[in-house]
Design a protein around this ligand. Structure first.
Ligand SMILES: Nc1ncnc2c1ncn2[C@@H]1O[C@H](COP(=O)(O)OP(=O)(O)OP(=O)(O)O)[C@@H](O)[C@H]1O
Ligand SMILES: [Mg+2]
Length: 220
């Protein structure tokens, strides 16, 4: 699913590399737990895997496609078709309703819309319900929600249309321990139902045992 070789990345203006000589593979259907201290480069790595930006050196292949060989536009399309992102800061569109935020990937990708089984709206409502969201919130603007609710909307948006790859950046940071466990269980079952691959970033090592494999990212 993911093949990373000799990956190096330095943020513009920085003297030290953020990621250096990184190499690992993730199999299809695998659930990977990626941890490391704050500033270790976890979010940077997820953005590189999602093709949001390109490595300085090295290779990242996703589904057998080398991301560096795609134009910026083709990378956006590739990400829209194949990857669901739960961003650390959620990145919900503030003026759109909860439902419209969840539907966004289906507006950008006909592939994702097709894989909802014909009714993106019904699938969005199903995912929100599975994530224990009150149906009455569907038409509220995203920013009127609590942080924990926004995190779950962000998860529903990542999962809609069954993308092959789910990239989750600290998706449980705003949830209390009980909601955290419920959320991870739901995320896992949705990912399993779609046969997807999950890369889950967290600094909370107590969650590691829930995953197939664990990789620690060390600050260079
Ligand atoms: N947009 C940016 N521009 C410049 N430097 C950045 C940018 N984003 C991150 N960095 C730098 O890259 C390094 C890694 O940041 P990153 O956000 O990937 O870490 P992280 O492991 O996700 O940390 P956290 O656990 O706090 O979320 C940090 O030193 C940070 O200052
Ligand atoms: Mg981060």
């Amino acid at each position: 699913m993911i093949r990373i070789r000799d990956l190096c990345f330095t943020w513009p203006g920085s003297q030290t590399p953020c990621l250096s000589q990184l190499a690992f593979d993730v199999s299809r259907g695998e659930r990977l737990f990626l941890h490391g201290e704050s500033g270790a480069g976890k979010s940077t790595l997820l953005n590189l895997i999602g093709g949001v930006m390109l490595p300085e050196r090295g290779e990242i292949d996703v589904l057998g496609q080398s991301l560096s060989q795609l134009s910026a536009r083709a990378r956006d399309r590739f990400r829209g078709d194949h990857a669901g992102f739960i961003f650390q800061q959620f990145n919900l569109i503030p003026y759109l309703s909860v439902l419209d935020n969840v539907l966004l990937p289906c507006r950008f990708s006909t592939e994702r819309a097709r894989r909802t089984g014909g009714s993106p709206t019904a699938e969005a409502r199903r995912l929100l319900a599975a994530l224990d969201m009150d149906p009455q919130l569907a038409h509220h603007p995203a920013t009127s929600l609590s942080v924990g609710q926004q995190q779950r909307v962000s998860a529903a948006r990542a999962l809609i249309g069954r993308p092959e790859l789910i990239l989750a950046d600290e998706p449980t940071s705003a949830l209390d321990p009980q909601r955290q466990a419920v959320f991870i269980e739901l995320l896992m079952s949705e990912v399993a139902a779609s046969g997807g691959t999950l890369v889950f970033v967290s600094h909370d090592q107590r969650l590691a045992h829930l995953f197939d494999r664990c990789i620690e990212l060390l600050a260079p």
